[in-house]
Ligand binder design. Sequence first.
Ligand code: SAH
Length: 254
Amino acid sequence: MSGHLAVIGLGPGDAGYVTPQAQAALAAADALYGYGPYLDRVPVRDGQSRHASDNREEGARAAAALAHAAAGAGVALVSGGDPGVFAMAAAVCEELAAGPPDWRSLDVTIVPGVTAMLAVAARVGAPLGHDFCALSLSDNLKPWDLVERRLDAAAGAGFVIALYNPISRARPWQLGRAFELLRSLLPPSTPVVFGRAVGRADEAVTVTTLALADPNAADMSTLLIVGSHQTHVIARPGRPPLVYTSRSAQGVNA
Ligand code: SAH
């Protein structure tokens, strides 16, 4: 098959996060697919067609991109952050697994990007400096009970926890419930980072504690990092605090 599909991570927002590899793959494409606001970040190029879709149509978008590539085109499918983190690369694999057998001989490339938790972590110091995990709070594709069990296991095992998809209009109570559960497992002084729209014009990053963390301070563009017993905050005169997770777990009883 002559067509190919590149699934490309654009990073969290600012053009400075788009890697040279992603830029080259975008420039080489005949057709661009993606959620409208992500496509808007890609410079317009003559001769390239653009196929914007709604955020909720991930499976259909992946299938359309695969079908277009199978017809012989060079197709780029864009994703915010990294395409493999709660995003389009898995949707492409799911569609490829379920689709026509000839899709399996397509040339498919995944181009990595800076995922939100790395961009947020870099803003505040090194909160992911020791063992951590990432969890999506969305219960669209899994039962809420499973989210709670994973939070319980992660906090109990001493992981720093990055929370993607913390809240949305359709999921208003889940983050409050997650904080309640975490407060029953971790000390009130546990550092919590709210990183909103990092790398974009409306970026806002705050550092608070689990006791004070307010679910209403998060929106769909927010990533949270909940610390572990090894996470500390260094207050600095005239500068924002530095949050870090110590690399040494000696004396920690997670
Ligand atoms: N593939 C993306 C994640 C998609 S899930 C990535 O790798 O970053 C969408 C969630 O990602 C949002 O609800 C939010 O939690 C997080 N997110 C995406 N972009 C962000 C940004 N610029 N700042 C903070 N969080 C962001």
